[in-house]
Design a protein around this ligand. Structure first.
Ligand SMILES: *Cc1c(COP(=O)(O)O)cnc(C)c1O
Ligand code: SF4
Length: 474
């Protein structure tokens, strides 16, 4: 600290004054803020869905009905065309049809999500990019990519239960979701088979669940279970209760999180599926009595996914004592600018959603157009830290391919921005291993792109990176 004893205390320069209501003018230490500039509070409201031809006559009660949302969810390009009609060109639909056939994920878009897309420019729209593939935008996969890049299956003692870290495990209760995300890390399992991928199915069966529970009960070191999938939104109310209570009954379990993308794509369910909502609240309340934490983890990626309907849903959860944390996936053209990321974080904070993680996009098949570089994540973190409360500021992580788990993106042992290779260590997972992440080739400087164009160079670059990481620690 500077010695404030000997030097006079400097006061900030007062540039302007504002009047307190009914009182003396108070000096303004910071320039005045126009409330209209606080755009994170400007949530989309009204019957915004009516601009979609298929929903022109849909009233609010219908639009808020989760059953109506589920029933009218779009799973094929021709159904998409039926809904948006003259809002899109025939070329766009042909492009989507092509993308649909070449994509590892199936299509699944709720009316809510469809209504939030800017159909005057669907190509650039951040929601379209996440959920609706376009053949013309696809890029070749990175040569180092493999389908289960996180090795979730290799780390699974029973199918659908990944035990990688010492005290926590990931339980994949089912393999369906209320939406299918192009960028899904679990495209090896989640969703129906596509032209591109025949999946490893993780059905919600009592038998598979029992094997997972028996394993969790047999491991005293496990204290924390992530219940994911697929998606907890697609679990029936009685399944939420059964899973929640089964785990709460185990003395070793202290923490539990139900993971769902639902609030981002269909907040209506929180408002109108009372059985599901009550089941969740019941588990949270019982957990609280047992001094165990049960929270909801969700997955907002872009500020336009949060509307007045989201606000009502988040308020309902908050009033019932359900805490919500968020994990975003960093995607090019979606949330890779400081403006988008700041607005997302501020808007979530405003609705009591804690920004927990931002993941550097995993190496996933068929979505090279959405990935970006570790360098981008590092710069964004700098841009958002200090913006708001520390607990609302996400940690930017790389989920290290090969099963290294989540690493703070800044903690690399070595990062070569030319080859795009970063090297991480993960002492709690494996003290000796090096884990490598690969930036997308098309975003590398020309020299790096040239090296990747030559297959003989691939292993040379990998060896160089690992050697540089080792050298650093000598
Ligand atoms: C992400 C993850 C967890 C939970 O990790 P946190 O950092 O506590 O959120 C647990 N197990 C696996 C396999 C994971 O991928
Ligand atoms: S909701 Fe989650 S699990 Fe389901 S497709 Fe999207 S990213 Fe994958």
């Amino acid at each position: 600290m500077e010695s404030s004893v000997t030097s006079p205390i400097k006061l900030p320069v007062v540039t302007t004054t504002t009047a307190a209501p009914g009182g003396e003018p108070v000096p303004a230490l910071k320039p005045p803020v126009d409330p209209a500039s606080l755009v994170h509070r400007q949530l989309l409201g009204g019957d915004f869905w009516r601009k979609i031809p298929a929903y022109r006559d849909i009233d609010e009660a219908t639009f808020l009905d989760h059953k109506w949302q589920a029933k009218h969810t779009i799973t094929r390009p021709d159904k998409l065309l039926e809904a948006v009609q003259e809002l899109v060109s025939p070329e766009f639909i042909a492009d989507v049809r092509d993308g649909f056939h070449r994509s590892p994920m199936s299509l699944r878009v709720s009316p809510y999500l469809l209504s939030l897309i800017d159909w005057s420019n669907p190509v650039a729209d951040p929601l379209r990019r996440q959920f609706i593939p376009m053949g013309s935008r696809l890029l070749p996969d990175h040569p180092k990519l493999d389908l289960d890049s996180l090795h979730e299956q290799a780390d699974a003692p029973v199918p659908g239960l990944t035990h990688r870290y010492p005290d926590k495990a990931l339980f994949l209760a089912l393999d369906t979701c209320p939406v299918y995300c192009r960028f899904c890390t679990r495209s090896y399992a989640v969703g129906i088979d596509t032209d591109q991928v025949e999946k490893v199915h993780l059905r919600p069966t009592q038998d598979r669940w029992e094997r997972a529970f028996a394993y969790v009960a047999s491991r005293p070191e496990l204290e924390d279970i992530v219940i994911s999938g697929g998606d907890a939104y697609n679990l029936r109310a009685e399944h939420i209760e059964a899973i929640g209570n089964r785990l709460l009954d185990m003395p070793n379990i202290r923490r539990m999180r139900f993971a769902t993308k639902g609030p981002a794509v269909m907040p209506q369910k929180i408002l109108t599926d009372d059985a599901w909502f009550s089941a969740l609240v019941g588990v949270v309340e019982r957990g609280r009595k047992l001094h165990k934490e049960v929270v909801l983890h969700t997955h907002f990626n872009h500020p336009s996914e949060l509307t007045e309907i989201t606000q009502r849903a988040m308020n309902r959860l908050f009033s019932a004592g359900v805490f919500v944390r968020n994990q975003s996936v960093l995607q090019r053209g979606v949330n890779d600018t400081p403006e988008a990321m700041r607005l997302l974080i501020k808007r979530m904070s405003y609705l009591n959603v804690h920004a927990y993680y931002v993941y550097v996009h995993d190496l996933v098949k068929g979505v090279e157009d959405l990935r970006t570089t570790v360098d981008t994540a590092i710069e964004l973190e700098k841009q958002v830290r200090g913006l708001t409360a520390g607990f609302n500021t996400p940690t930017f992580v790389v989920d290290a391919p090969g099963g290294g788990g989540k690493r703070d993106c800044h903690s690399f042992e070595h990062y070569n921005r030319e080859t795009g290779i970063s090297v991480y260590r993960s002492p709690n997972v494996n003290a000796d291993a090096h884990y490598l992440y690969f930036d997308p080739i098309h975003l590398l400087p020309e020299a790096g792109q040239k090296r990747w164009a030559d297959p003989a160079e691939h292993d040379v670059m990998v060896r160089e990176a690992i050697a540089a990481a080792r050298d650093r620690r000598r």
